[in-house]
Design a protein around this ligand. Sequence first.
Ligand SMILES: [Zn+2]
Length: 391
Amino acid sequence: MKLLRLLLILAGGLILFLIVNQYFFCPRYSFSTPQPFSGPLFYNPYETSDSSSWKQCNFHAHVRAWGGLTNGKGTDKDCRQVYAGLGYDVYCVSNYHQVSGPREAADFIPAYEHGYNLRKNHHGILGTEKIHFGDYLLPQTLSNKQHMLDCLNEVDSSFIILNHPVLRNGFAPEDFKYLKGYDGIEVLRATTHSFPQWDSALSAGKTAFLIGNDDSHNPSNANELGRNCTWVNAAAATRVEVLAALRKGNSYGMILPFIENETITQKTERFRKGFPQLNSLQITKDTLRIRFSERADAIRLLGQQGRELVKFTSTPSAEFLLHSSDTYVRAEADFPDGSKIFLNPVYRFDPAAAELVSPRVNSTATGLMRLAGVSVFILYLFFGFRFVRRK
Ligand SMILES: [Zn+2]
């Protein structure tokens, strides 16, 4: 009987430890008030784009890993082969907490997905082999989310993507007003999209570029492949060039035209015909000019809070006079073949202004919470062992 009670107290202690560690011991951050982009100049991520250098990329795909414990079928090689066949230039395999693939290849980009918590707060990590294994398992507070980003940056400041924020509301639009320390947001993922989250970050003056991925889990299921992609402007599809272009935002996302239950051969034939692309985006004085390779059914320009500023129909190009009230402007275009392009924003900046401060750890609040956590734990142990020793 005593043994049973002891086991009960130990199991309870383990759960309590998880709770105390996540909600009492995690550093508490002070977040600054969100400020929209401002300044006399516009940053143009496409300033150096070369229209003949767009590389088609998928950064998020799972195959069988960890002895089949995680969701994924097929092998690393199957996955790379099928994406290469479809015409992709970059095709990462991003298993949970595991980097795999042909390290000797010039175009190999290490990738993994970080996170095994309840709310699917996942991060796509590109360009590093250093894996961070820590996580907060229970629904995460804003401080938990920021601390996880800080840990990932500490392990390696490679390219960090907040994956599929809309899934289980892992990252709410409100979070994006405050979080810092990531580079991209997986706005396009399978059939789930996270535009309110992205516009929330941009409206709060946070530089965040769009990433489009399949998040496929079976390379032999054509329905999971080629749903979304990221086009990156790089002379060669190498790790250095691709990551450098992603960091500049010299890339854009695409929802690819989809036909249900196609065979992979049919899909390959269709994909090999190519897709519309961005030819140029320029800003001269106050005028923004965008030109696509083909006529679009519609081109929409969106600004602060994702509000539509203007819409053009049946044209390959758009011209827009930037007003003093425009903080950022991003474009979306729908094409007759069913594909949709989502450009990264042009946004205001002040070259003389200091860089945005990152959220800071509030040491007083952190100390007090930790003290409270220790007290809760001590009280639990005290009453727990009295309960075990009870006659
Ligand atoms: Zn995920």
